[in-house]
Design a protein around this ligand. Structure first.
Ligand code: ZN
Length: 78
């Protein structure tokens, strides 16, 4: 007898769970992360940095202000 009641309770619980799911479909679609930011190489050290973070100097990109200055100071000195 008790087992029967338990079975019915479990059954009702399962049905309720299914109803809840069908009413609230998980909104996990359309979460396309746009990680396709263009990477540009630093003209001084050749490290790649995101274009938004890079410092543009003329036609060249730099990873930091220091490298902008360094490239201006000595253009290829050993
Ligand atoms: Zn650099």
């Amino acid at each position: 007898m008790l087992i029967r009641i338990l079975f019915i309770i479990v059954l009702i619980g399962a049905v309720l769970l299914l109803l809840k799911r069908s009413r609230n479909p998980t909104d996990q679609d359309g979460q396309e992360q746009d990680d396709s930011e263009q990477m540009v190489p630093c003209e001084h050290c050749a490290i790649h940095v995101p274009q938004s973070e890079a410092i543009k100097e003329g036609e060249h990109y730099f990873c930091s202000e220091i490298h902008v200055k360094l490239s201006k100071q000595d253009p290829r000195e050993p």
